[in-house]
Design a protein around this ligand. Sequence first.
Ligand code: IMP
Ligand code: MG
Length: 179
Amino acid sequence: MNNLKISGKEFRLFIPAEKIDKEIKSMAQQMNKDLKGKKPIFLSVLNGAFMFTSDLLKNITVEDSEVSFIKLASYDGMHSSGKVTEVIGLNIDIKDRCLVIVEDLLDSGRSMSYLMEVLKAQHPSEIKLAVMFYKPNALKFNVRMDYKAILLENDFVVGRGLDYNGIGRNYPDLYIINE
Ligand code: IMP
Ligand code: MG
């Protein structure tokens, strides 16, 4: 599909699934080297990261890897709502563990810097951050990415897990808004 219409907004095909698949595979290969022996916990940030998590984890061969899911909502429509809500579903013991946060997209970094603080308070041995997409020009908070796949400008995108008003997460390609 080349065009999408969601809640009256038009989007066009931007990054094909094959390109994203390739970048995620090479990220997984790097992780397979770096995380060997660390028994990592991959902590996926729902809802947006569901597809990325699945694609990434299918390519992870690190022994004793675990996957867990949390949720945090600070984004509303096309604008960061500014208010940070709580971390939901963090019900595993992360003390002295190697955590790998799996996130769909790093925008301002507000939600990620909040999540990092919450996690640090529980004393994991280390926290690594893996993002599928990142918008360096939108970054306002001091968040370090350890693994990043694809750089974006500030335009709004949907697909590959990302939504506009809850719609569009299911498409394997990435779509960009027509301004
Ligand atoms: P931040 O707290 O400003 O970094 O917001 C990050 C979150 O907002 C991401 O994890 C996405 O879920 C969502 N987000 C940011 N930009 C976009 C976009 O272009 N399309 C869809 N969701 C986005
Ligand atoms: Mg997200």
